[in-house]
Design a protein around this ligand. Structure first.
Ligand SMILES: [Zn+2]
Length: 182
């Protein structure tokens, strides 16, 4: 296993739509190794998720997991989820505001509106088709990671850049503030 270098905002790979993985390749050594390395990299940097193009591989693979995470102290836990070739469909028109950060946009946080519930269809690391409904924070992380695979970062989704905050200021002024409209 290896900790991979994470591309930061400005690297073209973050703006490049990722290619689907051939189903026959999911079980291959190089894809399985990449998934293991992505999980290790996500853990090392306390990410809630990581998309393959963030580690310079433009393939449609993302990993998601939230345990006790110091970067997201208020977030509910999400089990380790490996997402390959995802298709995300909103299940509601309702958008929820929530804070996001990104390992490719270090030390920043911003409020991003996301669909409150989505269906995720994808393949897991065994190549098995998965269809699940995700709500709230899990739905948010799925939208954030699948956006990466389409060359989109959370800053593109922000409707009010005035919430964009350095983490040190965020800890002082925003931690615990969930609603922006009240
Ligand atoms: Zn990100």
């Amino acid at each position: 296993m290896a900790i991979l270098k994470v591309a930061r905002l400005g690297h073209p790979v973050l703006r490049q739509p990722a290619e689907p993985v051939a189903i026959a390749d999911i079980g291959s050594g190089h894809v399985q190794q990449l998934i293991d390395d992505m999980i290790e990299t996500m853990h090392e940097y306390d990410g809630a998720g990581l998309a393959a193009n963030q580690v310079h591989v433009p393939q449609q693979i993302a990993v998601i997991e939230v345990g006790k995470n110091p970067r997201y102290p208020e977030a509910p836990e999400i089990p380790l989820t490996v997402v390959i070739n995802p298709v995300v469909t909103p299940l509601t028109d309702e958008m929820e505001d929530g804070w996001e950060g990104c390992l490719s946009v270090p030390d920043m946080r911003g409020v991003v509106p996301r669909y409150a519930a989505v269906r995720l269809e994808c393949f897991d690391r065994e190549g098995k088709a998965v269809s699940l409904v995700a709500k709230e924070f899990f739905a948010r992380v799925i939208q954030h990671e699948t956006d990466h695979l389409n060359g989109i970062v959370y800053l593109d989704r922000m409707t009010d850049l005035q919430t964009l905050s350095h983490i040190a200021e965020w800890n002082k002024h925003w931690l615990g503030v969930r609603e922006q409209n009240d």
